[in-house]
Design a protein around this ligand. Structure first.
Ligand code: T4K
Length: 372
């Protein structure tokens, strides 16, 4: 019998900087009296973050969803966009809010990312772009997606909400596609409480995105087009600047958690997990496991409930599939027949707790429950 944990353990816990250091920065904000609208912290954070991530241009946002919505506006995307059903709802919602028809394509059973061949099959004369997700931070098939986009004249907007700091052959994964978006939500590898960003590759696009997130203002009296208010404020930017000091240390701790899970799970029949990929620098945003109920002897949901009874709150990211929500299930691309791999994966997956301060003791308790 395993003793139930006294404190609940959630799928994640935000990493926080020392409070005293943050109050120091808040003092500066109080002195400046600049609270938002591209203030000094916003400018510093954009610069330092671009340097840290190894990208040319970043525009900070109030959250990842607004970044997605604005990215679509920035590229004037219309018509149909091919996307994955295996993601957080915000990916598809951003299309819906832009009056764009989402077209779901199936995922690859190994990477769990959009399958490029299924993407190609879903292209119609109305298709203008692809919106893939680097799900759990594992890079999409970047080369194949680029080939398809180039051949058919499509844009690519990567939803990189899970891929902060991820690199491929030493190059940031954010340097691929036309635009990438990040989320700095409290539950992410790197957080600014709420927050997000668009990454682009040239000065002109960066300017356009900056206008769009600030109502379309170019200067005091010029509004180039109907923009939105999606700016990151100074308190979030100061917080982010401080968070950058600790991010490397936090990723190392996450890696240790992932490796401990992998070591213990490798000999449990019926549990599959994702391994590191060669030439990829991972940042361990999630630790998904897939349950094969026949081999494991229990369904995913039975295990999920068992964990809950033990005060461990894993999450079934991403179940149900986005294509199963009422707003989308009427689309012809949303039928389970069109998405057999995603349907299967959504029924098998549980994300186990992973965060820098997760103790070895708790991980071992989780493993014990998984072994039972
Ligand atoms: N694209 C993708 C692929 C995404 O995954 C997301 C967001 C977005 C776009 C949109 O980015 P944002 O607009 O959010 O920046 C969470 C997050 O709210 C969401 O940001 C995230 N993806 C999604 C995968 O997960 P929930 O509803 O599962 O969150 P919640 O509140 O249940 O939190 C999970 C657990 O984390 C809680 O049980 C406890 C713990 N927690 C949570 C919060 C908020 C804390 O310990 N402290 C906290 O402050 O959606």
């Amino acid at each position: 019998m395993i003793n139930k944990l006294k404190m609940p353990v959630f799928v994640t816990q935000p990493a926080l900087p020392p409070l005293e250091d943050f109050t120091e920065l808040l003092r500066e904000v109080w002195q400046n009296k600049i609270l938002t609208n591209n203030g000094p912290f916003h400018q510093r954070f954009e610069k330092e973050l671009a340097g840290y991530l190894g990208v040319k241009h970043i525009s900070l946002f109030s959250n990842g969803t607004m970044a997605l919505m604005t990215a679509l506006q920035a590229l004037k995307i219309t018509g149909e966009v091919i996307t994955t059903p295996f993601s957080f709802v915000a990916t598809t919602h951003s299309l819906w809010w832009n009056n764009i028809k989402p077209v779901f394509a199936d995922i690859d059973p190994v990477t769990l990312n959009l399958d490029p061949w299924k993407v190609e099959a879903a292209i119609t004369p109305q298709t203008t772009a692809i919106m893939p997700v680097h799900v759990y931070g594992n890079p999409c098939n970047l080369d194949e997606l680029k080939k398809i986009a180039d051949t058919y004249g499509l844009k690519i907007i990567y939803d990189a909400a899970h891929a902060f700091g991820v690199k491929v052959n030493g190059d940031s994964v954010l340097n691929f596609g036309d635009l990438s978006i990040l989320s700095f939500h409290a539950t992410k590898v790197f957080n600014t409480i709420e927050g997000g960003a668009i990454i682009c590759h040239d000065e002109k696009t960066k300017k356009r995105i900056d206008y769009l997130k600030n109502f379309g203002f170019v200067d005091e009296t010029t509004v180039i087009e109907p923009g939105i208010n999606a700016k990151m404020n100074e308190v979030q930017a100061a917080f982010g600047l401080l968070q950058l000091k600790y991010i490397d240390e936090n990723i190392i701790k996450r890696k240790a958690v992932a490796n401990l899970y992998r070591k213990h799970l490798s000999n449990i029949k019926g549990i599959r997990f994702l391994n590191d990929i060669e030439h990829v620098t991972h940042t361990y945003s999630y630790f998904p496991i897939l349950i094969d109920e026949k081999e494991y002897g229990k369904t995913r949901d039975e295990l999920y409930e068992e964990l809950k009874r033990n005060n461990i709150f894993g999450r079934r990211y991403f179940y149900p599939l986005i294509s199963q929500f009422p707003s989308y299930r009427g689309l012809s691309s949303a039928t389970p027949k069109n998405l057999p791999v995603a349907e299967q994966v959504a029924k098998k997956v549980i994300c186990l707790p992973i965060y820098p301060e997760l103790s070895v003791d708790v991980i071992e308790r989780i493993i014990k429950i998984l072994r039972k």
